[in-house]
Design a protein around this ligand. Structure first.
Ligand SMILES: NC(=O)c1ccc[n+]([C@@H]2O[C@H](COP(=O)([O-])OP(=O)(O)OC[C@H]3O[C@@H](n4cnc5c(N)ncnc54)[C@H](OP(=O)(O)O)[C@@H]3O)[C@@H](O)[C@H]2O)c1
Length: 292
């Protein structure tokens, strides 16, 4: 099977480019190979390569910067996925796309299902929601996997930031009023791969039949404060930490350009039932992530 993967250098994309080659010939693209804000270039490469599977792990994910760069965020998160979905439909191929818990306004206190009303609070969430709508409108065989608080042990995401702060500060203040589900990028890549492998014999028909939006994160939820505490408790080099106290703070203590939903955990029952799998608890996956 010929596969095109966009976003190969991102948290999820990097994990995907490692595991997808078992499925066939993979054309993995990062920004250096193709800038997806160039919509014609996206269309042309897909028409040229004619893949059977297109996976979009690229996105404009700078939540605060998006408030000032809404046109670019919209192009990358809404228009590029539309072009990919249209190309997939035209070519008779499968399209897998990722979206976010930030499509919700966070005013609930129980996990959101796919049927709950969306109401993004920031430009990033709006652009991702528009992307979902555009992909759905294009039709064909697509999956939109909404996930939350994606982390990786590569790069400068939350986990590595907390590990770094704990080596430089005796006191850490971490917000305790933002709640969602940490999701390891490798786990997300592995469940994506699982869905493809499990249905490989009849992928196009099965995905067309089950197309739609699915929530795909770990089970359970927590605050950033509790998450940080667990990151430090699972730090394989704890002796390097100088931190003595971790204190809860409020979102309002750290003003940011973008408003974030306070509660955005996702109920993944629909995904688990549709693809016959059991998603793990976020804390057990964090332990696994920290020892790898
Ligand atoms: N991170 C989270 O907490 C989170 C939460 C919920 C949902 N999601 C969704 O999950 C998916 C994967 O997220 P992630 O955390 O893996 O994101 P990420 O690490 O920020 O990776 C996104 C990738 O997209 C690439 N990209 C951005 N603009 C591009 C452009 N114009 N042309 C080509 N490539 C471009 C980036 O390239 P550069 O490396 O060159 O910038 C980066 O490698 C996204 O759909 C995201 O919206 C993420």
């Amino acid at each position: 099977m010929k596969i095109v993967l966009f976003g190969k250098n991102g948290q999820v994309g990097w994990e995907l480019q490692r595991i997808l080659p078992i499925l066939g010939e993979v054309f993995s693209m990062g920004r250096d190979e193709l800038d997806i804000s160039d919509l014609d270039a996206v269309r042309n490469i897909l028409n040229e390569l004619k893949p059977k599977l297109i996976i979009n792990a690229s996105a404009y994910t700078q939540v605060d910067r998006a408030e000032k760069e809404s046109d670019l965020a919209m192009k990358i998160n809404a228009l590029a996925p539309e072009v990919m979905a249209e190309a997939a439909n035209k070519l008779g191929s499968v399209f897998i796309h990722y979206s976010t818990d930030y499509v919700f306004d966070g005013k609930r206190d129980t996990p959101y299902t796919e049927n709950d009303p969306v109401n993004p609070l920031n430009v990033y969430g709006e652009s991702k929601l528009k992307g979902e709508e555009n992909v759905q409108q294009a039709g064909g065989a697509y999956l939109i996997l909404r996930t939350s608080w994606v982390y990786s042990l590569r790069g400068n995401g939350f986990v590595n930031k907390v590990l770094g702060w704990a080596r430089k500060n005796e006191t850490l203040k971490i917000v305790s009023d933002q709640i969602s589900t940490p999701t390891w990028a490798r786990m997300l890549a592995e469940i994506t791969n699982f869905v493809i492998v499990r249905n490989n014999a009849n992928l196009l028909e099965i995905i067309r039949e089950r197309r739609g939006v699915y929530h795909a994160s770990c089970h359970g939820y927590t605050s950033r404060y509790e998450w940080a505490k667990q990151i430090l408790a699972n730090d394989p080099a704890r002796t390097e930490q100088i931190v003595r106290s971790i204190e809860p703070a409020l979102t309002g203590d750290f003003p940011t350009p973008a408003v974030r939903p306070l509660f955005s955990a996702l109920d993944c029952t629909r995904f688990e039932k549709a693809f016959s799998l059991q998603l793990p608890d976020w804390s057990s996956i964090l332990k696994l992530a920290m020892i790898r």
